[in-house]
Design a protein around this ligand. Structure first.
Ligand code: GCO
Length: 264
């Protein structure tokens, strides 16, 4: 079968928060399908440089841009520099995000707002500056990285769930406003993946580790590389009439109510 429907040769993809974790796994997938990757992070230039070496070792063309996705002036400057220096952005993956695990009654308002700012307001800011240039070109793909918490609650992650639930609705609204310009906006909702973000709740003996294995029909944590297929699909011609959908890549979590812990 020809794979041209999924070919990303000649495309430029900006993946926010792509120096590690799920962002890097999705960006590597797009790179392996032919896209040039714009690697973004905000912690340090060294971290970006180390990530670039990893992309290049895989034969992926990649450029690094350090900016804070929550600061509009930095975002706007970076998008201009990317489009002048590398080329028009065809694909945007809003992946950068944070989590704070604190019960709501113990949470400082400033911490709640920081999570909303990075996980919900930033995808709006980055999309706004990228999509205004996609509109006259009449093409573009935007993918917002949602979560199980776009659909479900869980003790201690209220701010994150509020942001990720909001991001699902923002995805539907972006699709509503931009589909007429031939721009597709969709989401990917990862289930539970083995990354540094879930490291604290995955350590051996942590009750959450057993809980997730038991709660997931596939009976394991996801491997970040499992997200590449959905990312390639939603970035490629194969999804040109798919708009406003959230594709959950979760080993079946949302399909089931779960099972008692003593049941095989
Ligand atoms: C948690 C987890 C989640 C995941 C993920 C699930 O503490 O429950 O960290 O929030 O990271 O987003 O889809």
């Amino acid at each position: 079968m020809s794979t041209h429907l999924f070919d990303l040769q000649g495309k430029v993809a900006l993946v926010t928060g792509s120096t590690h974790g799920l962002g890097m796994a999705m960006a590597r997938g797009l790179g392996q399908a032919g896209a040039t990757i714009i690697v973004n992070g905000n912690s340090s230039q060294e971290k970006i440089d180390r990530a670039l070496e990893r992309y290049k070792a895989d034969g992926i063309k990649a450029y690094g841009y350090k900016f804070d996705v929550s600061k509009e002036s930095e975002v706007s400057r970076a998008i201009d520099q990317i489009e002048e220096g590398v080329g028009a952005i065809d694909i945007l993956i809003n992946n950068a995000g944070i989590i704070k695990r604190t019960p709501l009654l113990e949470m400082e308002v400033s911490d709640f707002k920081e999570v909303i700012d990075i996980d919900l307001v930033s995808p709006f800011i980055v999309s706004k500056h990228v999509v205004k240039n996609m509109i006259p070109r009449r093409k573009g793909k935007v993918i917002n990285i949602c979560s199980m918490m776009s659909e479900l609650g869980r003790n201690s992650v209220g701010a994150y769930a509020a942001a990720k639930g909001g991001l699902k609705m923002l995805t539907q609204n972006m699709a509503t406003e931009w589909a007429k310009h031939d721009i597709q906006v969709n989401g990917i909702g990862p289930g539970y993946f083995a990354t540094s973000q879930t490291e604290p709740i995955r350590v051996d003996g942590h009750p959450f580790n057993d809980f997730i294995i038991n709660r997931t029909p596939a009976a394991k944590w996801g491997d970040p590389d499992d997200l590449a297929g959905a990312a390639i699909f939603l970035s490629s011609k194969a999804s040109d009439f798919v708009n406003g959908q959230i594709v959950y890549v979760d080993g079946g979590i949302l399909a089931t109510i779960g099972k008692p812990s003593n049941e095989a």
